[in-house]
Ligand binder design. Structure first.
Ligand code: SAM
Length: 241
């Protein structure tokens, strides 16, 4: 059987024989942009049921229907890793969300720190970026982008068993690593352009489950730091091994 060239996320249950109706935007993308025709194949996933090749049985300018064939890939869950970061400029925040979805975060948690500039985010827009990244990278899971939350409130309700990889720019040059750390539930903390405040750094440093980590001898921009931290974490404790 031919391979589907296009992967599409649908918010719809998937199973062999299941028909899926397309939204106007999805129909435009498949038939207007990608020029697919009746009988063509599309790989569908919904973040829950794995991936299914689906045959186009109706196509139109504004609508369409697909029918799922047998499952081609099961759901692959990422490690239980949250990426907690302070939103920065729009394009750089988009980059962080896209990379977190590609690199295998389970939850993306924007957090407002003392020195965070943006007080609002467009959660729906960021979620759409996470979906696009999953479509592109072959992921069968889509990380949830949570609502922006104040860092102090996030820590007030912090689960005892979730370790924190605290990326602390004040450690620049120090050889702090994750090598001695363990545990299955983790979160990475990345500060804003202005860094963490002294009070925030003090609070995190006082938590037994927070592990201060250096990302090398130079201060990285927050978006670079997010990618570097996820790389280190995945390599040491995640599903890259
Ligand atoms: N304004 C801060 C300063 O000059 O000290 C720099 C903040 S940095 C642009 C943004 C975030 O990236 C930091 O809060 C930290 O979480 C992370 N980061 C950047 N470079 C790092 C490093 N070398 N080690 C650990 N974390 C780093």
């Amino acid at each position: 059987m031919k391979q589907a060239k296009v992967r599409l996320y649908v918010d719809h249950p998937l199973a062999e024989g299941q028909t899926v109706s397309l939204s106007r935007e999805q129909a435009h993308y498949l038939f207007g942009v990608m020029r697919l025709k009746d009988g063509g194949l599309v790989a569908l996933f919904n973040g829950r049921d794995g991936e299914f090749p689906a045959r186009i049985i109706e196509s139109g300018k504004r609508a369409g229907v697909l029918e799922c064939l047998a499952q081609s890939r099961p759901l692959h869950m990422p490690p239980d890793l949250w990426l907690c970061f302070a939103p920065i400029k729009k394009a750089r925040t988009d980059f962080i969300v896209e990379k977190a979805a590609e690199m295998g975060a389970a939850v993306i948690q924007p957090m407002q720190t003392e020195f965070t500039n943006s007080e609002r985010i467009r959660r729906d827009r960021l979620q759409a970026h996470a979906i696009e990244a999953a479509e592109q990278c072959g992921g069968t899971y889509v990380p949830e982008v949570a609502d922006l939350m104040r860092m102090d409130r996030l820590l007030d309700a912090w689960p005892d068993d979730r370790q924190i990889m605290f990326c602390d720019e004040s450690l620049v040059g120090a050889a702090e690593t994750l090598s001695a750390a363990s545990g299955h539930r983790w979160a990475i903390f990345i500060g804003p352009e202005g860094g963490f405040s002294d009070a925030e750094r003090k609070r995190l440093s006082a938590m037994d489950i927070a592990h201060p980590v250096s990302l090398g001898p130079r201060i990285l921009r927050a978006d670079t730091a997010a990618v570097a931290a996820m790389t280190l974490w995945q390599q040491a404790l995640g599903d890259w091994a």
